[in-house]
Design a protein around this ligand. Structure first.
Ligand code: SF4
Length: 335
């Protein structure tokens, strides 16, 4: 194991993730850097295909072995570089110090075992030496499953989608993680239970003092959830900063366009604006700025010169040649 001093719970430095090999290798994640402190929620936002989930999987080296690999950079978790972990250290890390909650609870639960059995397994592998039955019931109650004994005896298909996702959160907590990676944790649920599950997730995060990386395509959720936000596009972080400042004064045209696509209940019937086009595949990222074919602020230089990351006062940064000129303008949506 390689030890490197880092004060953050998680510090990702210049991470590159490749898929494929040789001349066909493509960089799905390209030079991504960010930190998550203990007790902090950081949101990673972007459209589907921007590289958010691949970044999340790379943190515990969960990439598909045959095709994906970390091509460069460092992932420092509690000061140690995950890239140098032995197989045994990785087993202890996954489901233990770093836990995941994914979009689809039924994909995380084994349909042939009861909820209680599955949580006991995590307690056996990663929990302490205390009373496992008491801990199982405590976890189920902590995520709002008040009929804990019945839920523990139930098979996943006997629970509603919201209860399944609560059980998945309880299972994630069973290993006493210091970092929880929540990848679109409410997207697959009915609208009526999304808010409840989100409150459960944030409640346990605060109670346990965990760091959380909250992945979403919905910038509207971020204000409720995160202290800092990272905006990802085509494998790169294009803007980062404190949530309030990014949402109030977005610098990057892509962030502005995402904000204009968020529905609002109040606001006098403003038109919602989608972002034209789609996120390009990693095999065909455009030259220059990767957002330029979709950006209303693009100039000739944008199709040629790659914008570099620029640190901003007050924390965070932006990757755009013309962010100063774009600031204060309306949305960055090409027409
Ligand atoms: Fe738009 Fe140019 Fe900025 Fe890219 S660099 S976001 S194309 S203005």
């Amino acid at each position: 194991m390689v030890s490197v001093v880092s004060r953050a719970l998680l510090e990702v430095r210049d991470l590159t993730v490749q898929f494929g090999s040789g001349g066909r290798a493509v960089r799905v994640v390209d030079g991504v850097s960010f930190r998550v402190e203990a007790g902090e929620v950081v949101a990673l936002v972007g459209e589907s295909g921007s590289g958010k989930s691949v970044t999340a999987l790379a943190l515990a080296r969960l990439l598909p072995e045959v095709s994906g690999r970390i091509g460069g950079g460092e992932i420092l978790f509690e000061g140690a570089d995950v890239c140098g972990f032995s197989p045994g250290a990785l087993r202890r890390l996954r489901g233990g110090r770093i836990a995941y909650v994914f979009q689809e609870p039924m994909a995380a639960l084994n349909p042939v075992f009861t909820i209680g059995f599955q949580i006991r397994e995590v307690l056996r592998l990663h929990g302490g030496s205390g009373d496992r039955e008491a801990e199982l019931l405590r976890l189920l109650l902590a995520v709002g499953l008040s009929d804990a004994e019945r839920v523990a005896r139930s098979f996943p298909h006997e629970l509603s989608g919201g209860m399944q996702q609560r059980a998945v959160i309880a299972m994630a907590l069973a290993g006493r993680p210091r970092l929880l990676v929540a990848d679109e944790p409410t997207t697959a649920l009915d609208v009526t239970v999304q808010a409840q599950v989100l409150e459960v997730l944030l409640g346990v995060q605060r109670a346990e003092g965990m760091g959380m990386l909250f992945i979403t395509h919905n910038l509207g959720l971020v204000a409720r959830v995160a202290q800092r936000v990272l905006v990802m596009y085509a494998g790169q972080i294009v803007e980062a900063g404190p949530t309030g400042s990014v949402l109030r004064s977005p610098r990057h045209p892509y962030t502005k366009a995402l904000l204009r696509a968020v529905p609002r209940l109040r606001g006098g019937g403003e038109r919602l604006e989608g972002i034209p086009g789609v996120v390009p595949a990693a095999s065909s990222y455009p030259m220059g700025c990767r957002f330029h074919p979709r950006c209303a602020f693009a100039r000739e230089r944008c199709a040629v010169d790659v914008p570099q990351w620029e640190e901003l006062e007050g924390g965070g940064g932006v990757r755009c040649h013309y962010w100063r000129a774009c600031s204060g303008s309306g949305g960055g949506v090409a027409r």
